[in-house]
Design a protein around this ligand. Structure first.
Ligand code: SF4
Length: 222
């Protein structure tokens, strides 16, 4: 499905998305991915660590982790206990250490140690779901992919861009209405707006610059 005159609902939403991006750009010009990385491998490792963990904590832990591990082979050759001790401050560190270890073993065995730049291969890796894969493609390889995290999901639902709850279906709905060149920017802006204004429990609707575009029935009052 594409947004055309024959598909007026999608065309209307696409117009709203364009307005939304323009308005959010003014209030969150600093929006970006908050994880520190210098290459796709570091980004992939940081994203595995960031599941249900704060980005600033992940950034603290990865300073030493990235210094000690320069390649996928480095992670694959590090004993699991040692990897666990390096990321022990992060929640679920045992599972995450195992995921990193397995993922890097697969990178070495199947991809010559390189992070693949396509969705199919990325999601075949241990510990890598579609959201993580899309964020790697978007931020590590400059592709216009939509990673549906908790903020993108919540705001897209509140803004009326989707009625779905499954992230894969939300991604499909957004792919129809978010202009291709702006998909990564859209995600970064939604994430910042979700953290600063459109909070999960009590959104700050009275001070929201996109409230006129938002049909959410549970808007808060001043
Ligand atoms: S008006 Fe409220 S619910 Fe709608 S986007 Fe703004 S903060 Fe979120």
């Amino acid at each position: 499905m594409i947004a055309t005159r024959k598909n007026p609902v999608a065309a209307h939403k696409q117009l709203d998305v364009k307005k939304l991006i323009a308005r959010l750009e003014k209030v969150h010009p600093d929006a970006k991915l908050d994880l520190d990385f210098t290459n796709p491998l570091e980004l992939l490792i940081a994203l595995i660590l960031a599941a249900q963990a704060r980005d600033d904590l992940v950034n603290k832990v990865t300073v030493e982790l990235f210094k000690a591990n320069r390649s996928a082979a480095d992670y694959a050759n590090t004993p699991l206990e040692k990897l666990e001790s390096k990321i022990g401050k992060i929640n679920f560190y045992r599972n995450k250490a195992k995921a990193i270890h397995n993922c890097c073993e697969q990178l070495v065995e199947r991809f010559n140690g390189k992070v693949p730049d396509n969705l199919e291969d990325l999601v075949s890796l241990s510990g890598v779901g579609r959201k993580t894969a899309n964020i790697v493609l978007a931020n590590g390889f400059g592709q216009q992919a939509i990673g549906v995290d908790t903020h993108v999901m919540r705001l897209s639902q509140r803004m009326g861009f989707t009625k779905k709850t499954d992230p894969n279906k939300i991604e499909a709905d957004l792919t129809v209405i978010v202009p291709e060149k702006q998909r990564v920017r859209f995600c970064h802006l939604m994430q910042y707006h979700g953290r600063r204004i459109c909070l999960a429990k009590k959104p700050k609707c009275p001070e929201c610059t996109v409230k006129a575009l938002c049909p959410f029935p549970g808007k808060t009052k001043a």
